[in-house]
Design a protein around this ligand. Structure first.
Ligand code: ZN
Ligand code: ZN
Length: 691
């Protein structure tokens, strides 16, 4: 009897464990990008639990990602039999039909969703898109207006509005919508090109030029923007510097009551490459104008010989000629031609060196803004590339310029301290290892490539205080400096470094929800994830008022032709046939992307390559879902990208750190423990080098 009962229990356990074991299998297949197998596994689960809609919804999402929209819609209809009052299912069924150009079918599904739930944002957007394709202007705009009310901060709304206005040739309205999209998201490069086009058409050449100029700031070398700027240059009514006045530094920055120099002890000197490009290399500096408020000296680095003393407020010229650095005073008198490095040093420790913006300078960094640095500047002939510029500055003083370049000084104070600690840790790792810029002759560049550093003019009291309050503190793991990777906004989930090709496997760089600090959240299945990425879910980094909504959620619609063109810039695959996300982190980040072309198929695994490939300039992140939109004849019309976050989503989420400090009152040590579990803070003593 007992044996029989045990047998029954065992049988019961076996039956119980089957779905539980099959669910992770289906999910793992989905993460690996085995989408059709994942869909079958989820369908098998659906057969085992005949009352549950969820396995069918997951199967449908896998089929959709595999490009099987027709089958995906069929499975979705079966899901509705199990859960007939779920507006989300109707809405997503609507989208599956819409993308196959079944507008009547889509409309009825969207309308049902709205009947069940009056304010359903996805269904409103869906109805607007249906009516747009049916060329019903009024209804399109009415539903977009409702969508805008439901997602007021979302720059994507204005972009879609503009997209539709342009389709209806309503240029004035398109202009207004594009300006609104750019107000919410200045990095929305896709919106600048049509806006520039509208301006050019109206004969507003100065405004058009300004927009193309800004496109180039986000997408250096963009072909349309570069060629249009040349075309427009002859038609401008003003000088470029009048249309877009450079940022000027005209008087010393007085910061009370925080006196950084008096508060900080001396630390090690570091070398920072200034005015560097995307890859952290020096720009082409043909000409630089230098000045100071306090006066400065110019000496030879090797000879230590004093060549000139530059009085306060006088701007002198440095030019590159025959691979030499040439120094001239304001009147044009040559003070020296140098084949080696020269040092430009302020005469006071509290002084700084200023680069005056000058229209003759080729490097946009020095052309459009004055720049100001603590410490001193080393200038040297940089091969055929003009003048090399390195800022030699004490680490703690350098950090005064890094923290406000990386985060907003008005953010909650504890998040500024967390930023100071991780930025300091980054420097020490790069300094100790020589880093990626060893051959360039500096420890770090001044751009996103290493960490942003805009010098003295950006310093703020709050961030300066954060550096002073954490002076010498770094993050360690088992006693050694930790890899304190950070990014602007994770989109709601942090991904582990080991998920991303080339990022290594550090035990403290883990996958986790950027959510409530005292709750842990499970990774989402395909259905929940789709609703999450297309919606506006809560997260530490979803922080209205402090963080731009467009950094947390974004969207793009890319025409088929543009997508083929973009991909063929990097990979000659011929006409694009299919884009398939092959491997995702549990966070949803796409870490392998398959591109099928008429000529060949390529697989892209590097994070920055995936972003460069699909972005107009660069996609904000690899956290996205793609929907393929087709004409009635089956040809691809465009790709709809729903994305989240800005940056690689590894390590600390800067927006999330602000959220943890602001929403939950977390201290900087708790913030660091949240993003880098298992690490600790250590106070370092700088070893002073002689000389
Ligand atoms: Zn760099
Ligand atoms: Zn985040």
């Amino acid at each position: 009897m007992k044996a029989v009962r045990n047998y029954i229990i065992l049988l019961f356990l076996l039956l119980q464990s089957r779905p539980a074991a099959a669910a992770p299998a289906a999910y793992d297949l989905y993460l690996k990008g085995e989408l059709l197998q994942a869909a079958s596994a989820y369908s098998a689960l659906a057969a085992e639990s005949p009352s549950e809609a969820r396995p069918l919804l997951n199967a449908s999402m896998c089929l959709r990602q595999a490009g099987r929209y027709y089958e995906a819609a069929g499975v979705m209809v079966r899901a509705l039999e199990r859960d007939p009052h779920n507006p989300d299912i109707y809405s997503e069924l609507g989208w599956l039909r819409f993308h196959q150009a079944d507008y009547d079918g889509a409309r009825s599904a969207f309308e049902t969703a709205i009947r069940i739930q009056a304010l359903h944002s996805r269904a409103e957007l869906g109805l607007a898109s249906v009516y747009s394709n049916l060329e019903d202007k009024e209804r399109t705009m009415a539903h977009l207006e409702k969508y805008r009310q439901l997602r007021p901060d979302f720059a994507g709304v204005d972009y879609i509005l503009a997209w539709n206005y342009m389709n209806f040739s309503m240029h004035k309205e398109a202009e207004t919508a594009l300006i609104e999209a750019l107000r919410k998201d200045p990095s929305f490069t896709e919106a600048r090109l049509p806006l520039a086009g509208i301006y050019a058409r109206q004969g507003k050449f100065d405004e058009a030029w300004n927009q193309y100029h800004r496109v180039l700031a986000y997408a250096p070398g963009h072909p349309v923007a570069s060629s249009m700027m040349k075309v427009l240059e002859g038609k401008l009514s003003k000088q470029p510097e009048e249309i877009r006045p450079p940022f000027r530094i005209t008087k010393p920055l007085v910061m009370e009551p925080v006196d950084a120099l008096a508060s900080l002890s001396s630390s090690v000197r570091i070398r920072v490459g200034i005015g560097t490009g995307n890859t952290g290399k020096q720009g082409s500096n043909n000409l630089l104008k230098i000045k100071s408020f306090e006066g400065m000296t110019v000496t030879g680095k090797a000879s230590k010989k004093l060549f000139a003393t530059i009085p306060p407020d006088q701007a002198w010229l440095v030019t590159a000629e025959d691979n030499k650095v040439v120094l001239k005073d304001a009147a044009g008198t040559v003070y020296g031609r140098f084949a080696g490095p020269i040092l430009v040093k302020p005469v006071k420790a509290s002084g700084s060196v200023i680069f005056d913006a000058d229209p003759r300078t080729k490097n946009a960094f020095f052309r459009w803004s004055d720049r100001q640095y603590r410490g001193y500047i080393e200038l040297y002939p940089n091969g055929g590339r003009g003048i090399g510029v390195v800022n030699v500055v004490e680490n703690e003083l350098y950090l005064l310029g890094v923290v406000p370049s990386e985060v907003a000084p008005q953010w909650p104070y504890e998040s500024l301290k967390a930023q100071a600690v991780i930025a300091r840790t980054q420097v020490l790792i790069r300094r100790a290892r020589g880093g990626q810029h060893k051959a360039d002759g500096y420890h770090l560049c001044d751009g996103q490539h290493c960490q942003a550093y805009k010098g003295k003019s950006i310093e703020a009291n709050t961030t300066t205080r954060a550096v002073i309050d954490t002076e010498g503190e770094i993050l360690t793991y088992h006693g050694r400096p930790a890899y304190t990777f950070y990014h602007s906004n994770c989109g709601g989930w942090i991904q582990a470094s080991k998920e991303v090709t080339g990022w290594g496997d550090s035990p403290y760089l883990v996958t986790k929800a950027d959510g409530h600090p005292d709750k842990s959240e499970k990774a989402m299945d395909p259905w929940d994830w789709h609703l999450w990425i297309t919606g506006n879910p809560p997260a530490n980094c979803n922080y209205p008022g402090r963080v731009r909504a467009s950094e947390y959620r974004w969207m793009k619609i890319i025409r088929y032709k543009d997508m083929t063109f973009r991909i063929n810039r990097d990979y000659k695959i011929g006409e694009l046939v299919d884009i398939v996300p092959l491997r995702r982190s549990p966070s949803g980040n796409v870490n392998t992307l398959k591109l099928v072309g008429r000529k060949k198929t390529v697989t892209v695994t590097r994070e920055h390559l995936i972003r460069n490939l699909l972005g107009f300039s660069s996609l904000k992140s690899t956290l996205f879902d793609i929907e393929v939109n087709r004409f009635k004849n089956g040809k691809v019309r465009n790709y709809w990208l729903y994305g989240g976050g800005w940056g690689h989503a590894i390590g600390l989420c800067q927006s999330g750190a602000a959220g943890l400090a602001g929403k939950y009152d977390k201290k900087y040590r708790e913030i660091l423990e949240f993003y880098f579990p298992g690490t600790g803070i250590r106070q370092i003593k700088y070893v002073k080098k002689t000389k």
